[in-house]
Design a binder for this molecule. Structure first.
Ligand SMILES: Nc1ncnc2c1ncn2[C@@H]1O[C@H](COP(=O)(O)OP(=O)(O)O)[C@@H](O)[C@H]1O
Ligand SMILES: [Mg+2]
Length: 236
């Protein structure tokens, strides 16, 4: 009988595959949507154990892909200590969420002092960015206040999907009160930077305080060996 010879494999050469970043974020969006069968997930917050693990990048990319699915998407920068969303989107951070809470009870999403709307781009009329705003001496107090909870409640009436970028948990616990007003928390782990024990501590802090962890996103994975990003459900 003729023996079949397996085609030669070139295992030594690591294959560089063109990677569709946005496709993985679309998968993330879908996973969030299906992460909770009993409740709609409308407001999510994104945190991690330490700085520079990719939280803000995940938040802004998730916002970008979400406009294809939801009519009005709001991205809020609640890292009041080290905000970056205004830098990512190259907009002013003169006023933002801290000012909105202090200045007014009325929420007018067309008020361009607060909400950046990206004119003449694919995101026009769909993506709204509320930057962190004027720095405040007591971010945690602000984010734990009833007023903040009320603000998010009002946003639920005005937007279809809301993403909140948070500071890391091992530095400050601002993400804890934020997670109390969201439908779920996405936890970012960097394959390159994250210490396992620190991630575990941060996750325990969230769980002890009643946060609903929707899943984890793995960032900064070596692209020659694995996919750039992974999402695990909270059971894993
Ligand atoms: N998936 C990724 N792969 C490689 N670099 C990344 C990735 N996500 C973010 N970065 C880089 O890591 C740095 C920190 O990212 P950022 O999203 O601001 O993190 P965090 O919000 O957790 O502090 C930035 O320079 C960013 O460009
Ligand atoms: Mg950040």
């Amino acid at each position: 009988m003729e023996r079949k010879v397996a085609p030669k494999r070139n295992d030594n050469k690591k294959k560089q595959v063109q990677f569709d970043y946005m496709e993985v974020y679309r998968q993330l969006r879908t996973n969030i949507e299906y992460s909770s069968f009993n409740e709609d997930v409308k407001v999510v917050n994104i945190t991690s154990s330490n700085p520079a693990e990719g939280k803000s990048s995940v938040a802004s990319n998730l916002a970008t892909v979400s406009i294809a699915k939801y009519a009005k998407v709001l991205l809020i920068d609640c890292d009041l200590r080290k905000p970056v969303q205004h830098k990512i989107y190259k907009v002013s951070n003169k006023v933002g969420v801290s000012n909105l809470m202090k200045d007014t009870n009325e929420i007018d999403i067309d008020d361009e002092r607060y909400f950046h709307k990206f004119k003449n781009s694919a995101a026009e009329g769909k993506l709204y960015l509320l930057t962190s705003g004027k720095s405040v001496p007591n971010p945690q107090e602000l984010l734990s206040s009833n007023r903040f909870a009320e603000l998010i409640k009002r946003f639920r009436e005005k937007f279809d999907f809301i993403i909140i970028d948070c500071p890391p948990l091992n530095a400050v616990s601002d993400a804890v009160p934020i997670s109390h007003v969201t439908d779920g928390t996405i936890f970012v782990v960097s394959a390159k930077d994250t210490d396992k024990r620190e991630a575990k501590n941060a996750l325990q802090t969230l769980q002890r305080n009643g946060a609903k962890i929707l899943g984890c996103v793995l960032t900064k994975v070596d692209k020659t060996t694995r996919s750039y990003y992974s999402y695990y459900g909270s059971d894993e």
